[in-house]
Design a protein around this ligand. Sequence first.
Ligand code: ACO
Length: 280
Amino acid sequence: MTVERTEEETVAFTVENGVAWVKFNRPEKRNCMSPKLNRQMKKVLEELEFRDDVQVLVLTGEGKAWSAGMDLQEYFRENEEKGLGAVRKAQRESYGWFERLRWYEKPTIAMINGWCFGGGYGPLFGCDIAIAAEDAQFGLSEINWGILPGGGASKVAQELMPFRKAMYHAMMGENLTGKQAEEQGLITEAVPADQLLARVTAIADVLKKKDGHALRATKWTMRRMVDMTYDNALDFQIRAQEALHSFGGAESRREATRQFLDEKSFKPGLGTFDTSKVTR
Ligand code: ACO
């Protein structure tokens, strides 16, 4: 199907009640990632990152797919015909926004509504929480068309899944349902398709009530620690907590402690303190 989209039209987004709903927007091409889409996604992520009306970002797909991976025509074939310079440029554009997402300053949720293949594992991993429809399909389909799962995809499977499952997944080219992806650790949770939006909205509502500075430091710490020794991780946590204090963390912590110890208005073991009372 031929639908001519401008670069801007490859990504759609709305901001509602503190949540930015960002969509891969090439449903006629199952939201596969073209260079245009990659450039536009980076722009959109950067535009939303420090907006005061955005507390949580959700990445989802228009139509039947989350993303059918890299665009075999526009990302691979056309750039390979142009030569190494074009190939590297396209790689940098896509890997660039995957990286931006991994270190995003706000919490992110992948809402996987359908197909998720190959290159799609980059942004899947970039999101902090991944909720899928039970009937979504996940695949490292690279082996089915004669390449290895590059662009981070095999690394994502190896990091998130038990090794035997990841190896089978990469070698066999068979898809996992949302339910199987949950069981094998690739995503956080799978829910029936008709409950997907409600579940993601409920998670976003919880995240919105947390202290944004603490969330930022928490997600970075979780990601950074992956290849650290225990002692290095401990040290990093001390530094990260102290750095957090420079950007609002000290006031949040003082107020939360006051609400628990003095005001007795909440219990940290049972919920979140009232962030609206923090004065900076
Ligand atoms: N690259 C380029 N075009 C694509 C891609 C893709 N990754 N995925 C889908 N399309 C196009 C199809 O060519 C088709 O275009 P056309 O209408 O011009 O013929 C259109 O999107 C619709 O696709 P269909 O195959 O007709 O849709 P269907 O719903 O039947 O199947 C499915 C969906 C299973 C996702 C199928 O399109 C598919 O296998 N896509 C490729 C998945 C894949 O292997 N991606 C690459 C992973 S490897 C990597 O990312 C490095």
